[in-house]
Design a protein. Structure first.
Length: 337
């Protein structure tokens, strides 16, 4: 799928970008070029040590910001595939710096779309978040706006052979700033701060997130939002899995934070298709295909009327034991209780 293709990854030095590059090199040894586009020169320097040019001549490093439309166009010259992972992601950071979040997450999305249309890119997949579903914080609101931009970009492609799609998933196990590394660090103090004893979250590994993007690239028709079928966990169970002997202190739900996350609302269910391993939320306005044509193409079926996908009412759950196994596999191979 990606052999003899040029792939650009915005936010390419982040957790997802690094795992995506590793996966491409393993599965597609004949990839033509991988462009890592990000604004942090230190992270690029560190990644270059892992992938020196003499051994990985197909990898390029571009310093740039998705806010810069001209730089995006320069970076997309000759590109076949764009994976858009760049974003301001921290909820509290977005609340305190709303304009900066809007410029990166919304204006940046528009710049990626324009660059892709200008440069003849064939496939674009943008990363979203469960917080974009019925958002209550600015981060989620900007990602919802970004999702809408990418879905609607298919309506302005004209005669260009290009498809824009979105993948939406929950908390990535072990990613920077997530709860598991935080608890592992905090257990040294003997006390773990719990926001709420009933709080739940969806859980996905970094590799499963990468595999989902690969699935989207191979199967998207344009405009859909792919959602994975993944388990939930209770935050209190994560605390018990990481540090069963630590004292837990309930500190309260933070501003802009939900007790349970959603990925598909009951209203979304009107346009949601069950693909087996994933769901696909089809665009409410599309001139590319009808819902029935999409169903026929994928040999899929619609979800039941009123269906919703919520981390608190999920049917699949991680246990304390399974969480420990996953932490050892995906976060820290030396993890012990």
């Amino acid at each position: 799928m990606l052999n003899n293709k040029t792939v650009l990854i915005t936010g390419g030095t982040g957790s997802f970008g690094k795992q995506f590059v590793k996966t491409i090199l393993k599965r597609y040894p004949d990839v033509k070029k991988i462009i890592i586009f990000s604004r942090d020169e230190l992270k690029q320097f560190e990644l270059r040590q892992k992938y020196p040019h003499k051994d990985y001549s197909q990898i390029r490093f571009f310093i740039g910001d998705v806010r810069d439309r001209n730089r995006m166009i320069q970076a997309c010259e000759g590109v076949d595939v764009i994976i858009h992972a760049a974003a301001i992601k921290q909820v509290d950071t977005a609340e305190y710096n709303p304009t900066e979040c809007i410029r990166t997450n919304i204006d940046g999305a528009e710049n990626v779309i324009n660059a892709a249309l200008t440069c003849g890119v064939k496939d674009v997949v943008a990363l979203s978040t469960d917080k974009a579903c019925a958002p209550i914080n600015l981060y989620g609101a900007t990602k919802l706006a970004s999702d809408k931009l990418f879905a609607a970009a298919n309506n302005i492609r004209g005669s260009k052979d290009i498809r824009f799609s979105v993948v939406r998933y929950g908390n990535v196990m072990g990613s920077r700033g997530s709860v598991i590394p935080f608890f592992i660090e905090k257990r040294k103090t003997g006390v773990l701060p719990i926001t709420h004893e009933d709080m739940t979250r969806f859980n996905i590994s970094l590799q499963d997130g990468v595999d989902m993007v690969m699935f989207a690239l191979e199967n998207h028709l344009g405009g859909e939002i792919f959602v994975p079928k993944i388990p939930s966990y209770r935050v209190i169970d994560v605390a018990k899995a990481v540090a069963p002997d630590c004292k837990n202190i309930v500190v309260g739900v933070r501003p802009g934070e939900k007790l349970h996350e959603e990925m598909i609302t009951d209203t979304d269910s009107l346009n949601t298709i069950d693909l087996g391993r994933y769901y696909a939320i089809l665009p409410s306005v599309s001139y590319m295909y009808t819902d029935q044509e999409y169903l026929d193409h994928h040999k899929a079926e619609k979800v039941p009327f009123g269906f919703k996908y919520n981390s608190g009412t999920n049917t699949e759950w991680e246990s304390i034991e399974s969480l420990r196994e996953l932490i050892k596999e995906h976060v820290d191979p030396n993890f012990t209780v």
